[in-house]
Design a protein around this ligand. Structure first.
Ligand code: AMP
Ligand code: ZN
Ligand code: FE
Ligand code: FE
Length: 279
């Protein structure tokens, strides 16, 4: 297997595997590089570097930044960001805090819907990680209200679902600006998944144009949860807007069925992205 899997999570956000395990798996798969992209945190960076030392695996350190637009999640991947950038870290802190408040609000909604999930259990499952919906979904499964986390998302927790609560997150344009401000390159994650429940069928072209004007460098047209239609549509849009097309597995360990290395970006695209780092 060659190329870079530019999208992966660990147990420092809502994945279930350690950064060391992900690095070892990436090496075993023969990947050239691994994008380290936990939600709203740069926590895995140091351990990732230590784990990859001497393996030949190239790390692309980043984060998957939470934004919201019209009540639906938009995720912006930021690569090669400076983890000491204060403006970015203040916003990441705020986002992690907001995740805790939002998780409480989601638990209240579940309780109103007669699902007896407890916030304390959600917090326990997240540990030190910023709380994500997969942690809540796992806690709901434990109550016996659903047989797996997929069912929890499909029934209640997907964007726009009866237990969904928006994050007080920044706009996608602001996310691009913050990531660039920290010396990073911004890539729009899985655009086809935007507003899926309401049949929006992905982030509209006008929004991608606006993000491009703000400095967006790439678009994750290749994602395991995209349909062929999404792929074609966003590859075409990337061509029209001169954006780099990227691919990533969005690996979450046992929290999702996506396998590490199931989508990879060729080195030439990674270099094209790198060349778009702000001066
Ligand atoms: P959050 O950051 O708390 O909004 O949660 C986002 C995470 O929830 C994503 O990274 C996915 O792992 C998961 N997720 C979001 N929507 C769905 C869905 N419809 N089905 C399954 N997992 C989902
Ligand atoms: Zn996630
Ligand atoms: Fe995402
Ligand atoms: Fe992700």
């Amino acid at each position: 297997m060659s190329g870079f899997d530019l999208h992966s999570h660990t147990d420092l956000s809502d994945g279930t595997t350690s950064i060391e395990a992900n690095v070892a798996d990436a090496v075993a798969l023969g990947l050239e590089g691994l994008g380290v992209t936990d939600h709203d945190t740069t926590a895995p960076f140091e351990r990732a570097v230590a784990a990859a030392a001497g393996t030949g695996l190239e790390l692309v350190l980043g984060t998957e930044f939470s934004a919201e637009l019209d009540g639906f999640s938009v995720h912006v991947l930021g690569y090669w960001i400076d983890p000491t950038d204060q403006t970015l870290q203040i916003e990441l802190d705020r986002l992690r805090d907001e995740r805790t408040h939002r998780a409480r609000a989601i638990v209240v909604k579940f309780n109103e819907l007669d699902v007896p999930v407890r916030f304390e259990r959600v917090q326990q499952l997240a540990g030190a990680a910023p709380i994500g919906r997969p942690h809540i979904a796992q806690a709901v499964v434990e109550t016996g209200a659903a047989s797996d986390t997929r069912e929890v998302f499909d029934t209640w927790l997907a964007d726009g679902g009866p237990a969904y609560v928006e994050k007080h997150a920044v706009s996608p344009v602001r996310a691009v600006e913050l990531l660039r401000g920290a010396g990073g390159v911004a890539v729009l994650a899985h655009p086809g998944l935007y507003g899926a429940r309401d049949g929006h069928g992905g982030i509209p072209a006008e929004v991608v144009e606006e993000l491009t004007a703000a400095g967006l460098a790439g678009i994750e047209a290749r994602h395991p949860d995209h349909t062929d239609e999404h792929l074609d549509r966003y590859v075409d849009l990337a061509r029209a807007l001169d954006l780099v097309v990227t691919a990533g597995s969005d690996y979450h360990g046992e929290a999702k069925t996506n396998r590490l290395g199931s989508a990879t970006t060729p080195r030439v695209a990674v270099e094209a992205l790198r060349a778009r780092r702000p001066e």
